[in-house]
Design a protein around this ligand. Structure first.
Ligand code: SF4
Length: 367
């Protein structure tokens, strides 16, 4: 089944580390944007596409009014066969009042993802976030009161002046909230952001400390019942993100909105990052980024991000028996170094292996 991704390109202000596409929010632009999303969703009518996940990502989707979100979901119900959908909305703790959360719930949203990032207010300020930790806790509590039982929070690792102790404190506090899922990302200094400067680079921990932080986070989260299922994602049993799993399991997804990516009909494409053009045109334009992705490469690259890993059987099917045999030898070698495990024909990385995933994936692809 297919996933539907809606990119909501508005934020109240730009966080200095972020390179996702977003512009400053305006009510008028959001209304025009909503109409354009609906036009694009309507263009799928009658094509018989079954969708079982909808994901509002951004940007800050919680800047859309419940009415706008409801109109988008109504259009999705008319254009796709929506089967017991998981409907996720990314929320900023500073724009998630209780009444608004109740209204999102009543229009069909059933999963929330809060960008909490840290339990330390000083670090939240350095990140340029508009919330403090008390507000983030309040937003999660309000979400539970509003009837949400599937809630995710983000945590960031490797922040400026973050020590292992400070991170431990954040992981402990955030994982104690009434939530079912945690995404733990390492801060990446992106080229075209204000964070790309010496002052910031000098205040983040070195690679060795960041590796310790990651391994400690995995251990702490697992001890609190959040089991790792992907490099950066952890869930209580049964609460893995069904939508995000589609990306890693090479399933199809349709992306709508400026800068949204799609994988559909064997092609990867993206919509240009221009909200004015998106709103002004009848249909969003699509740039083909890969019209025939290499199935073996995708399987290895995406599958090794997951704790379920990849199977020798599928490697043999996609790359031939010789490729699978060499991959088996590579896995045996990496297993001796504690970087991966080979179990019943399945190869999967250990947390230490995830830290070196890019190198390991290249190694498998070169066999
Ligand atoms: S709110 Fe999220 S999407 Fe918007 S600028 Fe900050 S990190 Fe980026």
């Amino acid at each position: 089944m297919t996933g539907l991704y809606i990119h909501v390109p508005f934020c109240l202000r730009k966080c200095p580390y972020c390179d996702f596409y977003s512009v400053v929010f305006s009510g008028e632009a959001a209304e025009k944007y909503t109409d354009a999303v609906i036009r694009n969703i309507n263009s799928w009518q009658g094509k018989g596409v079954s969708v079982d996940t909808v994901y509002f990502g951004g940007g800050t989707p919680s800047l859309l009014t419940p009415r706008q979100v409801g109109r988008i979901l109504e259009a999705a119900h008319k254009s796709f066969s929506l089967e017991q959908p998981e409907i996720t909305m990314e929320c900023n703790p500073s724009s998630s009042a209780y009444d608004k959360l109740c209204a999102y719930r009543s229009v069909g949203v059933n999963r929330l993802s809060f960008g909490v990032q840290s339990a330390d207010d000083c670090q939240l300020r350095t990140l340029g976030r508009l919330h403090n930790f008390r507000q983030a806790c309040g937003a999660v509590e309000d979400a539970v009161k509003a009837g949400f039982f599937n809630i995710s929070c983000d945590i960031m690792l490797g922040l400026c002046n973050q020590t292992v102790d400070l991170l431990r404190n954040s992981v402990d506090k955030i994982s104690s909230l009434p939530i079912t899922h945690i995404s733990a990302y390492m801060l990446k200094i992106e080229e075209n952001t204000p964070y790309n400067c010496e002052e910031i680079k000098n205040s983040v921990a070195n690679d060795e400390v960041i590796s310790d932080m990651y391994l400690e986070t995995v251990e702490m989260l697992e001890s609190k019942g959040f089991m790792q299922y992907e490099i950066s994602n952890f869930a209580k049993p049964g609460f893995e993100s069904r939508h995000n799993l589609k990306y890693w399991q090479c399933d199809e997804y349709i992306g709508i909105g400026p800068a949204a990516h799609s994988f559909f009909g064997g092609q990867r494409y993206m919509c240009p990052d221009d909200v004015s053009a998106f709103a002004a045109n009848k249909w969003q334009s699509k740039l083909v980024t890969d019209d025939a992705p290499d199935k073996l490469e995708e399987y290895v690259m995406l599958g090794l991000r997951l704790t379920e890993g990849i199977t020798l059987e599928r490697l043999s099917l996609l790359g031939g028996a010789e490729f699978a045999k060499k991959a088996n030898q590579t896995a045996n070698l990496l297993q001796r170094h504690g970087l991966c495990r080979l179990d019943d024909g399945r190869i999967f990385l250990t947390p230490r292996g995830f830290l070196l995933s890019n190198t390991i994936i290249s190694r498998f692809l070169q066999v």
